[in-house]
Design a protein around this ligand. Structure first.
Ligand SMILES: Cc1cc2nc3c(=O)[nH]c(=O)nc-3n(C[C@H](O)[C@H](O)[C@H](O)COP(=O)(O)OP(=O)(O)OC[C@H]3O[C@@H](n4cnc5c(N)ncnc54)[C@H](O)[C@@H]3O)c2cc1C
Length: 450
C-alpha cells in the first residue's frame, strides 16, 4: 500500500518547521521543493554573514533529512514555471506553501530612482551571494550612506556597511563580495527611523550587535529618547522595548571616542526626497514629531533638514508576492488562510492546500516564530484529514513527482547534491580560514555537480 504524499513548497524555516511538525505524526512521503538548488531560504540568503550563530539553525533542519528517510529535498525546481498547481494537486495529497516574502517595499519619494538608491534587500542578496540576485556587481564606491528602517534588517545593513574588514573576512560571503567590500570606504552611516525608540522593531540582541562594533562612534541625540507618558508606560510593560531603551540610553550617554567611522541614529525622521545630479548626493528629511516636540535639528514643518550622503538603502520591509495560481489577498498581502488552510475568494477553505511562514502571516518575527506558525498549519492539516475520515496513514494513489520532472528535463537537485555543494563551500572556507565560501552563481553551483 502506498502512503500519502505531502509537498512543501519552499525550503526556508517555514517549510522545514512544517516538515518537523509533520514528521511527528506522519510516515508518508514529504518532499520539500525549492526554486534554488540549495535549502534553508533566508537562513542562507537573508541572515547577515556576521551572524553565523543564527545561521547554524540550518543544522536542525539538516538533522531532519539525515534522520527521516521519508523526507526529501528537491531543489532547482521553480513552482510556477517548472511545476504548476495542477501538477501538485495530481501528485500530492496535501500541499503546504512556504514561499516566504521576497518582494521589496519602496519609499516612493522623489529621487528614489537615482543611482546610489537601493532596496536593502538588493544589498542583502548581493552580500549573501543569492544566485538569483538582481544586482550582480554591487559597487561600494561611496563614503556616506543612509539606511532607512526600524527593524533588524536595517541594523544588519548598517553593520555590513561599517564592519571592520577582519569581521567581514571571517564570514561566508562569496569571494567577489569580499573583494568589493575590501574597497569599502564608508565612514558615516545615518540610520533613519520613521518612528520613535519606543516603537522600533529591533530585537535587543541585534541592537547590541551595533553597540559591539569596534572603532565606530554611535551618535544619538538624547532629545530623541525622551518619551511621552504613554510611551513610557508602554516601554515599562514590554521587556523588549525596555531592553532596547536601556541600550539606546547607554549609547546616547557614552562619550564619543573620536573614531573616523560614525553611525548617526536618528528617530522620528522620514526621507521627504532624495536629491542629486544623476546620483544620490543628499536627502531631505522630515520630522514626524509634532512641531512642539521637535528639536531644532530634526527638520520640522516646512523646513526639512538636509544631510549629504552618496547612497541610501531602504530597509522598510519585505512583501509577500502572489504565488502562481494560488489564491492571494491583495489587501493584506498574504495567502488568505484560516489557521494555515488556504481559503478561496469565497472564504471557503480549499481541501488540500495550506500555507506557513511569511507567506501565511507576512514578513514578521524571527526564525523561531515560524516554528509555532508551522505547528498551527500542520495541526490544521491533520484535523482536516481526520474530519474527512482519512487519517495520515490512509492509502494514496499519487505518483512520484520526480517522474514529471524527468519527463520535462528539469535538472533538479537532491539532498546529496546539496551535500556536495556544501562540502565544496566548506572546504573552500577551510582553505581561507573562513566558515565557508559561498558559490557566486547558479551556474557555478550546478557545474560543480556534473
Ligand atoms: C535580511 C534578513 C535578515 C534576517 N535575519 C534574521 C536573524 O538574524 N534572525 C532571525 O531570527 N530572523 C531573521 N530574519 C527573518 C527570517 O529569515 C524569517 O523569519 C524566515 O526566513 C521566514 O521563513 P519562510 O520559510 O517563510 O521564508 P524564506 O526563508 O524566505 O523561505 C522561502 C523559500 O521559498 C522558496 N521559494 C519562493 N518562491 C518559490 C517558488 N515559486 N518555487 C519554489 N520555491 C520558492 C525560496 O527560494 C526560499 O528558499 C531575517 C530576514 C531577512 C529578510
Amino acid at each position: 500500500m502506498q502512503s500519502k504524499r505531502v509537498a512543501i513548497i519552499g525550503a526556508g524555516p517555514g517549510g522545514f518547521y512544517a516538515a518537523l511538525e509533520l514528521l511527528k505524526h506522519f510516515s508518508g512521503q514529504i518532499d520539500i521543493i525549492d526554486r534554488l538548488p540549495t535549502p534553508f531560504g533566508l537562513v542562507r540568503y537573508g541572515i547577515a554573514p556576521d551572524n553565523q550563530r543564527m545561521k547554524s539553525v540550518s543544522k536542525v533542519f539538516s538533522g531532519l533529512i539525515d534522520q527521516f528517510d521519508n523526507l526529501r529535498f528537491i531543489g532547482n525546481v521553480d513552482f510556477g514555471s517548472d511545476l504548476h498547481r495542477d501538477d501538485l494537486l495530481r501528485h500530492y495529497d496535501a500541499i503546504i506553501y512556504a514561499t516566504g516574502a521576497a518582494g521589496r517595499q519602496y519609499l516612493r519619494v522623489p529621487g528614489e530612482d537615482l543611482a546610489g538608491s537601493f532596496s536593502a534587500m538588493d544589498f542583502v542578496d548581493w552580500y549573501n551571494g543569492h544566485p538569483l540576485r538582481r544586482i550582480s556587481d554591487f559597487s561600494m564606491a561611496f563614503s556616506k550612506a543612509a539606511v532607512v528602517g526600524g527593524g533588524n534588517v536595517a541594523l544588519d545593513v548598517v553593520r555590513m556597511l561599517i564592519n571592520e574588514m577582519d569581521v567581514v573576512r571571517s564570514t561566508d560571503v562569496p569571494d567577489r563580495v569580499l573583494r568589493e567590500l575590501e574597497r569599502n570606504a564608508v565612514r558615516e552611516v545615518y540610520l533613519l527611523v520613521r518612528k520613535g525608540p519606543a516603537q522600533v522593531k529591533f530585537t535587543p540582541v541585534e541592537l547590541r550587535g551595533l553597540v559591539n562594533l569596534k572603532n565606530v562612534d554611535i551618535v544619538i541625540d538624547p532629545e530623541d529618547l525622551k518619551l511621552t507618558q504613554d510611551e513610557s508606560d508602554y516601554v515599562d510593560a514590554d521587556q523588549q522595548c525596555r531592553l532596547n531603551m536601556n541600550i539606546l540610553k547607554t549609547i546616547a550617554e557614552r562619550p564619543q571616542a573620536g573614531y573616523e567611522k560614525k553611525i548617526h541614529v536618528k528617530f522620528w525622521r522620514s526621507v521627504a526626497s532624495i536629491g542629486g545630479n544623476g546620483s544620490v548626493e543628499w536627502l531631505d528629511l522630515r520630522s514626524n514629531k509634532a512641531p512642539s516636540d521637535a528639536s531644532p535639528s530634526a527638520g520640522s514643518g516646512n523646513s526639512p533638514c538636509r544631510v549629504s550622503v552618496d547612497a541610501i538603502f531602504s530597509a522598510i520591509g519585505n512583501v509577500v508576492g502572489a504565488v502562481s495560481g494560488v489564491p492571494f489577498d491583495e489587501r493584506r498581502s498574504i495567502v488568505p488562510n484560516i489557521d494555515g488552510q488556504i481559503t478561496g475568494k469565497d472564504g471557503v477553505v480549499l481541501p488540500n492546500e495550506f500555507v506557513t511562514g511569511w507567506a501565511k502571516r507576512g514578513p514578521s518575527g524571527t526564525v523561531g516564530t515560524n516554528r509555532q506558525d508551522s505547528a498551527e498549519t500542520v495541526a490544521t492539516l491533520l484535523k482536516s484529514w481526520a474530519s474527512s475520515g482519512d487519517g495520515p496513514d490512509a492509502a494514496s494513489t499519487k505518483a512520484d513527482i520526480t517522474e514529471i520532472l524527468r519527463e520535462r528535463n528539469i535538472k533538479f537537485t537532491t539532498w546529496n547534491d546539496w551535500m556536495s555543494i556544501d562540502d565544496k563551500e566548506l572546504s573552500a572556507g577551510r582553505a581561507q580560514n573562513r566558515p565557508r565560501v559561498k558559490f557566486q552563481s547558479l551556474d557555478d553551483m550546478m557545474d560543480c555537480l556534473d
